[in-house]
Design a protein around this ligand. Structure first.
Ligand SMILES: [Zn+2]
Length: 277
């Protein structure tokens, strides 16, 4: 059944649902547009019926509220993705913008240059043949400029996608005497984890993909093979198990993990103007 929100979105072109927080089905018009723009191909790991558009409001890097955020994800993950973006807003985590990949004709480099936050895109992994987790609607890239994709040549030379992301090679948001930087993925790794996106590309060695959060490949494959109702149950159980385990470990570990970040926060607040570089 077509939801009211899906109908509104499809017939009114760029018009948005009345509520900025809504989950819409992908109707035939949108599905065709995805094929026409190369976002969806034959033999994609998921069908349009298995995808949802999550609409959300967000705080922009410009400091203003925006109600036109949208990402497309696997239906089984949609509730949790909606909760992720609601939490980002609650935490005042800033996003540059989030438009569906058909606006960029599926061109990942173009979307990165535009600093676009996005999810579904039926493409292979960079430098590889396997379908990206984006092709399952099971990976989300946030603020590519603040969180670039970093590759290394044999000699160790780094290259950044997008190029503007090289300003964020230094991964500290808070540094003594400098303006606190917004929109860096490190601030929200816990939010994604709480909703089942346990894999963060910032933990990789080479390449490093700071913008990239995903669920595991075996889990994505399993969910894609199940009817949506069952896939949702499997994913909700997975999230519940993770939260139970994480709660126990957090209690055991105490709060010693971010000593450097805390010290730098204090230094940034306490440094005198005379000390500033
Ligand atoms: Zn990605």
């Amino acid at each position: 059944m077509l939801s009211m929100f899906a109908a509104m979105t499809s017939h009114a072109g760029n018009a948005r649902p009345a509520s900025a927080m809504a989950i819409a089905e992908v109707d035939q018009n949108m599905c065709q547009a995805m094929r026409d723009t190369g976002v969806l191909h034959k033999n994609a790991p998921v069908s349009c019926a298995q995808l949802r558009v999550v609409h959300f409001s967000y705080l922009g890097l410009d400091g203003k509220m925006h109600d036109d955020g949208a990402v497309m994800v696997m239906a089984a993950l949609a509730d949790h993705v909606q909760a992720i973006f609601a939490t980002l807003l609650q935490r005042k985590f800033a996003l540059a913008g989030a438009q569906l990949m058909q606006h960029y004709r599926g061109d990942d480099l173009a979307a990165m240059r535009a600093n676009n936050t996005s999810a579904f895109n039926d493409r292979a992994i960079i430098n590889g043949g396997a379908p990206s987790l984006h092709a399952y609607g099971a990976a989300i890239d946030i603020n590519p400029v603040q969180n670039p994709f970093v590759q290394f040549e044999a000699a160790g030379k780094a290259s950044y996608s997008p190029a503007a992301g090289s300003s964020y090679a230094n991964r500290l948001a808070v540094r003594p005497g400098k303006t606190v930087r917004k929109g860096m993925a490190e601030d929200v790794v816990d939010v994604f984890a709480e909703h089942g996106f346990l894999i963060w590309g910032g933990d990789w060695d080479a390449p490093i993909d700071y913008q990239h959060f995903q669920i595991s490949r075996p889990l994505a494959k399993r969910l894609a093979a199940l009817p949506i109702v069952q896939a949702k149950i499997v994913f909700n159980d997975y999230v519940k198990n993770y939260r139970r385990c994480a709660g126990t470990k957090r209690t055991a570990a105490g709060l010693e993990n971010s000593r450097l970040a805390k010290t730098n926060t204090v230094k940034a607040e306490c440094i005198s103007t005379a000390d500033k570089p």
